[in-house]
Design a protein around this ligand. Structure first.
Ligand code: NAP
Length: 246
């Protein structure tokens, strides 16, 4: 996939899936704005991109703030000369069974996972729409499709993100801006590393491909949806889950 001449913005790009996506797009020739709430981590991803001869800048933004998201998109355009690809990857969990879930658990997850995608998309799509080209990839989750005990807030945010994806796809199709979602299954990152060994083993037993996914598995799917090759795909939810749900 050739991203030569394309500028990509990846939120939550300081580690995990976001860092792998940023690296993958850079490996394909994209200039990448790596955004994260933690600027030190964003700089680490930028260093990794520079080490393979790529071009990248680090940005600090809390995507739950509309002002931060607007500045992030502006800085990507100013710093790298355009904005063609947005990957809404920043996400958090605050897992608890519903009766123990606090208002803060609910609000914080919605603010980052759902409002964050709204804020970043609104800021970026202005540029894409004007230029009549854009690729937006939203990182949802298998639990946005299936639900999961202990994740009422998280699964609702990811189901909301899927509805958001389809609406953006419809609103901006006439401008050649596509919007798709990826629904990863269980991916081996900091988010899932806290799982006890027993829970991990029973999860793997439910995955036909017999292993947890890697951040690179998700990055390959994101690169495809962000590429010109996916130009006739919009409003789609692509499962990357080893067959865990079919
Ligand atoms: P991760 O390792 O925790 O990475 C998420 C990144 O987002 C971190 O760098 C985090 O920074 C950053 N972030 C958190 N809040 C932010 C905010 N308000 N603004 C900007 N950046 C923020 O998680 P991951 O596993 O790579 O997950 C990436 C995405 O994939 C998430 O949307 C997640 O829901 C989704 N996903 C993951 C899995 C999985 O199994 N891992 C499965 C399905 C979907 P700090 O950590 O420094 O705060």
């Amino acid at each position: 996939m050739d991203f030569e001449g394309r500028v990509a913005l990846v939120t939550g790009g300081g580690q995990g899936i976001g860092a792998s996506i940023a690296l993958r797009l850079a490996r394909g020739g994209a200039c990448v704005a790596v955004s994260d709430i933690n600027p030190a981590n964003a700089s680490e991803t930028v260093k990794a991109i520079q080490a393979i001869g790529g071009k990248a800048i680090a940005l600090r933004a809390d995507v739950s703030s509309q002002a931060d998201a607007e500045k992030m998109a502006e800085d990507a355009v100013t710093g790298l000369g355009g904005l063609h690809i947005l990957v809404n990857n920043a996400g958090i969990t605050r897992d608890r069974l519903l009766l123990r879930m606090t208002e803060e658990d609910w609000d914080s997850v919605m603010a980052v996972n759902l409002k964050g995608a709204f804020n970043s998309t609104k800021a970026a799509v202005k540029v894409m729409s004007k230029n009549r080209y854009g690729r937006i990839v939203n990182i949802a989750s298998i639990v946005g499709l299936t639900g999961n005990p202990g994740q009422a807030n998280y699964s609702a945010s990811k189901a909301g993100l899927i509805g958001f994806t389809k609406t953006v796809a419809r609103e901006f199709a006439s401008r050649d801006v596509t919007c798709n979602a990826i629904a990863p299954g269980f991916i081996d990152t900091a988010m899932t590393r806290a799982l006890p060994d027993k829970a991990r083993e029973s999860l793997i037993a439910r995955i036909p491909l017999g292993r947890l996914g890697t951040a690179e598995d998700v990055a390959e799917a994101a690169a495809f949806l962000a590429s010109d090759a996916a130009g006739y795909i919009t409003g789609h939810v692509l499962s990357v889950n080893g067959g865990m749900s079919m």
